[in-house]
Design a protein around this ligand. Structure first.
Ligand SMILES: [Zn+2]
Length: 270
């Protein structure tokens, strides 16, 4: 059983353009799917992935509703668990969070750099409180983003402060922060926060991956790829290289995700 907690795809008619634009902004990143939902499903089949969490991001206020409608349309609760998003500066962000809940989505993705905020900015407090009251899961992009110049909106230090405003599960993507191994160890490990393993292959130094697992344990680690940018094969290569026990691998590859998504019930997608 393999659940990928960090993937992306786009509506068919904009997928190609979206993916080329994102690749270009990040220095020509290679993409491993065509950016569509069917491209994601093909990739899942190739890599024996049973279910994927699709993370959508509203990059402006105007886009918010259509992003969440897309999420609801592809959210089949079997193979695809799509998360919604709100644009923090939009006037109706709090109402849209309620709509996300009503649409049956289990969480939201927030990306400080694409959405123009620091995770510990007090303006975010009402949004985090609303998310918490609705019991939604929050995935933050964390650490560096190759499409942006520093300073970055979700460094481990800022994330540790933001965490205090949440009463619902928080996931810091990319092992707690791309290129932030030391900061993750100092500010986040051992706290009530999940890390996903996405985009870790060839990015997260083995030294830090081992130290993070040692200090944070494996109960709050979630397998993720960041498809289309990385594949399950790539991320598995890193995990296997870390010589985890079978029970730790089970937790990371699906048990922890099942706890978060279905209160521990096994995924049943047959
Ligand atoms: Zn991503």
């Amino acid at each position: 059983m393999l659940i990928d907690f960090h993937t992306h795809c786009f509506p068919d008619k904009i997928a190609q353009k979206a993916i080329e634009k994102l690749s270009d902004a990040s220095g020509g990143l290679i993409y491993h799917t065509d950016g569509t939902v069917s491209g994601l499903l093909d990739s899942m089949q190739r890599h024996n992935t049973d279910a994927s969490v699709v993370l959508n991001i509203a990059t402006n206020a105007h886009q918010q509703k259509s992003v969440n409608d897309f999420a609801a349309a592809i959210n089949d609760e079997q193979k695809v668990f799509a998360f919604g998003s709100v644009f923090p500066d939009s006037e109706d962000a709090l109402e849209e969070l309620e709509r996300i809940k009503d649409l049956g989505l289990k969480g939201v993705k927030l990306h400080p750099d694409y959405q123009g905020f620091d995770v510990d900015d007090p303006k975010m407090k009402p949004i985090y409180k609303k998310i918490s009251s609705l019991g939604l899961i929050t995935v933050f992009h964390a650490g560096f983003d190759y499409g942006f110049a520093p300073p970055y909106g979700a460094t481990p230090e800022k994330m540790a402060k933001a965490l205090l405003w949440f009463d619902s599960p928080v996931i810091a993507a990319h092992w707690g922060g791309i290129n932030c191994g030391q900061g993750v160890l100092s500010h986040l490990c051992g706290k009530d926060i999940y890390f996903d393993t996405s985009f870790g292959y060839s990015m997260m130094p083995k030294y830090y991956a081992e130290k993070i697992l040692e200090k944070h344990g494996t109960d709050k680690m979630l397998f993720g790829t960041d498809t289309p940018w990385h594949t399950a094969e790539m991320e598995m290569r890193l995990l296997h290289n870390l010589k985890l026990s079978d029970s730790d691998m089970e937790k990371i590859t699906h048990l922890n995700a099942e706890k978060l998504l279905f209160s521990g019930e096994p995924l049943n997608n047959n």
